[in-house]
Design a protein around this ligand. Structure first.
Ligand SMILES: [Zn+2]
Length: 245
């Protein structure tokens, strides 16, 4: 394949741009924020689960508290009723003894309920602090997701802008190169190589190998407008005054 040496040199510009584009794509894939976000989202789920757990426990205790309150209320009402009956006329001696007995039982019951109530109120207070703490932890975890997302999106926007710029430069570079040569370049690049590289001091800048004497002689003998390749890696070799030929 023939191509003007100046055109061949623009392949180096193209290769540099493709290298930059590869680096940008790599940066996009390996942004630390991507892994950080996964971690932060896991932390949010954990914090949510924890909050649900303590809120559920708090709800259970609230139900217990209401139950005890109802029981206490019942005991009080019964006590009041018994006192009223005792104070009223027409209560027989036996009934009075029964009522006294019941009042004593009610008193003991009330003491037990009030102790239980106190204990549960203390538990509920501690759990209230847990709920508050879990809410703060969840808010912090959600804030972390917001912050990381913002940093990631800023980085993505930077990469987008850089890619757009390099993409335009690349399109301009490709425009000046014959389609056949671009195709040869792309074919080598599709295999994971550089596509084109400078021959610098007898060394292919793609595979970094120094070419042997026979290969160098062949490159030297090839006309300047002949497109040549690295015998080691197949990359298009661009010859310049620095090539050591
Ligand atoms: Zn090579």
């Amino acid at each position: 394949m023939k191509a003007d040496p100046a055109v061949q040199r623009t392949l180096l510009t193209l290769a540099d741009l493709d290298k930059e584009l590869n680096q940008l794509a790599h940066r996009r894939r390996t942004l630390p924020e991507i892994a950080q976000l996964v971690e932060a989202e896991t932390a949010v789920r954990t914090a949510k689960d924890k909050l649900v757990e303590v809120e559920t426990n708090a709800g259970d205790l609230d139900r217990d508290i209401r139950r005890i309150e109802r029981d206490v209320e019942g005991v009080r009402a019964r006590t009041e009723r018994d006192h009223t009956m005792l104070a009223g006329s027409g209560v027989g001696a036996k009934q009075a003894v029964d009522l006294q007995h019941e009042l004593e039982t009610l008193q003991r019951r009330q003491t037990v309920l009030e102790d239980e109530q106190l204990e549960i109120m203390e538990q509920r207070e501690a759990l209230g602090a847990d709920v508050e703490h879990s809410r703060v932890a969840l808010a912090a975890a959600e804030q972390a997701v917001t912050d990381i997302t913002q940093r990631r999106d800023t980085a993505f926007a930077d990469i987008d802008a850089a890619e757009a710029g390099r993409g335009r430069d690349r399109a301009a570079a490709v425009e000046g190169i014959p389609a056949e040569l671009v195709a040869a370049y792309e074919k080598r690049r599709a295999k994971g190589g550089a596509g084109a590289a400078l021959l610098l001091a007898r060394r292919c800048q793609a595979c970094r190998l120094e070419l042997d004497r026979v290969a160098i002689a062949a490159l030297k003998a090839a006309p300047a407008d002949e497109v040549v390749y690295c015998e080691e890696c197949g990359t298009i070799l661009v010859r310049t005054a620095e090539s050591g030929l």
